[in-house]
Design a binder for this molecule. Sequence first.
Ligand code: 13P
Length: 253
Amino acid sequence: MDLIVAGNWKMNMTLPEGREFLNDLKDYLSGKTIQSQLILGVPFIHLGESQGVKESGIYLAAQNCSQYSSGAYTGEVSAAQVESTGSEYVILGHSERRQYFGDSDHVINQKIREALSNNLRPIFCVGELLQERQNGNQENVVNLQLENGLNGISESEMEKIIIAYEPVWAIGTGETASPEQAEEMHASIRKRLGSLYTEDVAQKTPILYGGSVKPDNAKDIFGQPNVNGGLIGGASLKLDSYTELIRIAEELA
Ligand code: 13P
């Protein structure tokens, strides 16, 4: 399957900064044929650019949506509102949402259901804490996150899901999982998807790696058999590092 080079801007980029980045990225892509799928997780304020960048092959994702459909939920943004911008993706279950905003497995499951009901493709993040890895518990933790987050999601809905494995100890720390550690967990996730669903679902679900992916380590990580691309934080904020990651993915295509 084609590699996915997904950025996550997190809470960065003002509206003018975001527009400048997207315009520069469009310029970079113009005249090139790109195999990889390009997705950028942006703050809600940038989602209005979704239609304008799609023709260049850039897909914008929200970084969250509400578990509720509509109504008196001040400050929230619904899946239907995200979809109405022309955005097709939403990042859900990111460890920063789990850690700072109390998104539990149950709430994440509700958000995934809400996203799917509104025709969005969830990029569903899972990953263990450092302590959990030190205890050798990482696969149990991730399996439980998968089972809870995907509770009630049907086999046909799985066609819309992208999984992102992001070990929490590797996010924003400069420390990356080794290619072997990433491959081992991705293989374990695929195996779990096979037992929760079917072997076909397991093989077709893209599994991205996230956590300090940079141009100097991307080739080894993207090159692992069960790694289908990256969810990239810091290195997606600068045009030259993001385009370098695209170039590396293209080389592996
Ligand atoms: P960094 O690439 O900055 O470590 O962030 C990873 C991440 O959290 C992507 O969602």
